[in-house]
Design a protein around this ligand. Structure first.
Ligand code: OAD
Length: 260
């Protein structure tokens, strides 16, 4: 439960956030699991954040995969299966409109999400820091493939017979170098960073907020709750991103209308 919203105060904060976006020639966005919550996907650390009693830190590690690859694949296959029926929500669509408004070359959408919903909504410059559930990687020959279909609990590579793994970043693993570099460049260049639906506790992704701030960017947070990002934010918008992001975008679009 979040506290009752004072509509007038919220509208004023939305106006401040809109000013910061209007004044910025270059905009970056950092998203987390909260932006997909209204599409029906569970967040990692919410009340519903456990999977069969396991915390994500217990199944999303290379050690867990070594110890019990079937368990890890069951976890990821459940997440992959849920993707087949989920659709982007109005928050994702508002970020597409933001990219179109700001213009190519001046916008980057950095996401910790592995669900692919930003791309399916139509966002173009998406930097997936934690990989993608729709891709798999061979632990033997390293081949990477797009595979949205159902897989066995212990899938193997057709080429070399080694175990396949999801092409996602696990705890204790490094982020993809090129993507990370691009994300750092984007937050260093931006004049405004919009942070939506993340608890901002997982590093190095969360560190991008302080980097943006150190470079002089205004920071806007959209979240149901106070987070680690809140103390770095110039404006904190409290509420669901599926409602607040469209409201924010309506304020900065010339006709005040989102594309349908
Ligand atoms: P978390 O589950 O840690 O945080 C989700 C955040 O979204 C919380 O701060 C919620 O308050 C907020 N939230 C929930 N519903 C919302 C809504 N409708 N509108 C706005 N905010 C909402 O998820 P992440 O921050 O994405 O990494 O977690 C970061 C990383 O930790 C993930 O990428 C994953 C995980 O372990 C790996 O697997 C490597």
């Amino acid at each position: 439960m979040h506290p009752p919203v004072d509509e007038h105060a919220l509208d004023e904060l939305l106006e401040h956030a809109a000013d910061a976006l209007r004044a910025a020639g270059c905009v970056a966005v950092l998203t987390g699991a909260g932006v997909s919550a209204e599409s029906g996907l569970p967040t990692f650390r919410g009340a519903d954040g456990l999977w069969e009693g396991h915390r994500v830190e217990e199944v999303a590690t290379p050690f867990a995969f070594e110890r019990d690859p079937t368990l890890v694949w069951r976890f990821y296959n459940a997440r992959r299966a849920s993707l087949r029926s989920v659709r982007p929500n109005p928050g994702h669509h508002a970020l597409v409109a933001l990219e179109e408004h700001v213009g190519r070359g001046h916008f980057a959408l950095i996401t910790q999400n592995v669900d692919g919903l930003h791309r399916s909504a139509g966002s173009r410059h998406v930097l997936e820091l934690h990989g993608s559930l729709a891709r798999i990687r061979c632990t033997g020959c390293g081949q990477v493939e797009e595979r949205g279909d159902a897989l066995d609990d212990l899938p193997r590579c057709l080429e070399c017979n080694a175990l396949l793994r999801p092409d996602v970043v696990w705890f204790y693993e490094a982020l993809p170098e090129v993507v990370w570099q691009e994300a750092e460049d984007a937050v260093c260049r931006c004049q405004c960073l919009l942070v939506a639906g993340t608890s901002a506790i997982v590093h190095p992704a969360a560190g991008l907020i302080a980097t943006a701030r150190a470079g002089g960017a205004r920071v806007i947070e959209v979240n149901l709750a106070t987070t680690e990002a809140s103390r770095l934010a110039d404006v904190c918008l409290r509420g669901p991103s599926g409602e607040l992001l469209p409201r924010l975008l309506k304020k900065i679009l010339p006709e005040g209308r989102l594309p349908v």
